[in-house]
Design a protein around this ligand. Sequence first.
Ligand code: GLU
Length: 441
Amino acid sequence: MTSVTRFAPSPTGALHIGNIRTALINWLWARKSGGRFLLRMDDTDSARSTEDFAQGIRGDLAWLGLIPDSEVRQSDRFDLYEGRFAALRDAGHVYPCYETPEELDLRRKILLGRGLPPVYERTALKLSDADRATLEAEGRRPHWRFRLDHDQPIAWDDLIRGAQHFDAHALSDPVIRRADGSWLYMLPSAIDDVEMGVTHVVRGEDHVSNTAAQVQMFAALGASPPAFAHAALLTGAEGKLSKRLGSLGVDHFREAGIEPIAVKALLARLGTSDPVEPVVDTAPLVATFDFSRFGRAPARFDESELAQLNTRIVHQLPFGAVADRLPQGMDAEAWDAVRPNLITVADAAVWWRVVEGPVAVTPDPGDRDYLALAHRLVGEIDWSADPWHALTGALKIATGRKGKSLFLPLRRALTGMDHGPDMAALLPLIGRERALERLLP
Ligand code: GLU
């Protein structure tokens, strides 16, 4: 059976690091298993969902290289939900309730006050047709709950959390539809997972109790449930769920010069027993992906770890992976020369400016004669092979200088900086003409 995963964000905001990780895990499993990765916009909340957010999510996934094989939107599927809902209602799997939020809240408080779990007491199930008619005549419109089957034990073998058991008595019958007819997340999601042929529901562990109810919804819909994998949540560097994590998304990473592959390399391994590695493409992440590597403890996301990983990755990116983002004229040779000194790919432009010049330097008066000699030698050495070693070799013999006093005045004069890429790689890029100009006494 071909596996089908889905990433199901609500387009009510931008993706954050937690959603991105969920999308990635779904994508990795689809790629690993030769299956399909679907995007489902959970946009039943028409007041909060916007097309701008949906576009933003598509753009973020594109930047990350997590391209869905197809996309559906829940707002296009209301007819489907209506039909399934009618069948569930006729079979007694959903029932109308008339309590106001205030009444429900009061009941919850009373139960808690008595030390009891605040589980919905199914008061609405005890209403007679006449009671309902009276309530409706008073202008009350029902919201709807899914009736959990208290006789059915709820269990599944979670691909990350292992064997899961829930007692249906301990759960409230979930509200699936509001009095205004709008849908809550639970039922449309289960209907879609059936209709879309989803084989693996992969999401954060904040959905575990939803899964308990949804397992019974699948049964009521006449379908067998998919496999489930609930990943432990991410925590901030300071060890707790932070607001900051909720604001870290693709825009932030892009502005910070973080490569999409760095985000994926970190998130694919965070919270697993495999080490985070500076990979330059997703092939090794796909090849090693395995739900059983994920642990149950919260995974710590540290922005500085991401930045460091990014830099290690940048140092290995091939020219082809960055060519379209480099300044005009910068070729593979130039990329290889500056790459070891970069923090982000954008920094390549800084070194390219150094190559192209002009560079401003006021040489140390004590180095004037030395640089004049260097200027003469630059005109004489063989530029075809290794001009830097030819130049410094000749200067060493002529002056007896070595180490820093040999190299640093040259680096300063040629680049305007005290540090930077290997001069042996940089000097051929600067070239004879510019070198002569910069060493002019
Ligand atoms: N729209 C839900 C969310 O963003 C989807 C959860 C799920 O994957 O089923 O939390």
